[in-house]
Write a protein that binds this ligand. Structure first.
Ligand SMILES: [Zn+2]
Length: 190
């Protein structure tokens, strides 16, 4: 899928919102990617995850690992495409852990996936988790990277769409400086 196509799809399903947003990371931004506007369409999600699967297929992963909540859907779709296991980590006391009997065997070949990357925080945590369990990390695959070129996970990294969306610390935010009120995402966001 070409970037323009993907762009268009994201706009069409209302996944890219404009305003003044407080991101999970605590940073401010004029653009917000509401990933579930995209993930609510299974066929579309499947189509995109297929691209991640195709890219990493020749590395022969044993296991796909995502993080709750959106990452569960991505992990599942990529795992189904490659006919391999799909598991997810979830937060307990702020830390990503494996529960529900999930495990990474020593030497198991793991592909880490996520939906939208902003700071890469969750992905770095997933990489630590793979290392902790002694898995062999094959790479990272994501649908949307909104960090620009900022991130280097030190492994093979594939993303379908890359946006360079500036983020600001509250004290440096030009939108705050212009007294633009924060956009309420109550109805559409979390
Ligand atoms: Zn602001």
């Amino acid at each position: 899928m070409k970037k323009e196509q993907m762009d268009e799809l994201l706009q069409e399903c209302g996944a890219v919102l404009k305003g003044h947003f407080l991101l999970t990371s605590g940073l401010h931004s004029d653009t917000y990617v509401e990933k579930f506007k995209l993930l609510q369409y299974p066929r579309l999600t499947e189509k995109m995850c297929k691209e991640i699967a195709n890219y990493f297929e020749n590395k022969k992963p044993h296991l796909i690992l995502g993080a709750a909540t959106g990452g569960i859907i991505i992990s599942h779709a990529v795992g189904r495409e490659l006919s391999v296991k799909s598991i997810f980590a979830e937060r307990v006391d702020g830390k990503l852990v494996l529960r529900r009997g999930f495990n990474i065997e020593k030497g198991e070949r793991v592909l880490v996936v996520d939906d939208v990357v902003t700071t890469g925080g969750s992905i770095y945590e997933l990489l630590d988790l793979v290392e902790e369990y002694g898995g062999k990390l094959l790479g990272v695959g994501t649908l949307i990277d909104r960090s620009g070129d900022a991130l280097d996970f030190g492994v093979d990294y594939y993303t379908l769409v890359r946006y360079n969306i500036p983020t600001y610390k509250p004290e440096n935010c030009p939108l705050c400086a212009s007294n633009i009120p924060m956009t309420e995402r109550g109805r559409t966001g979390k």
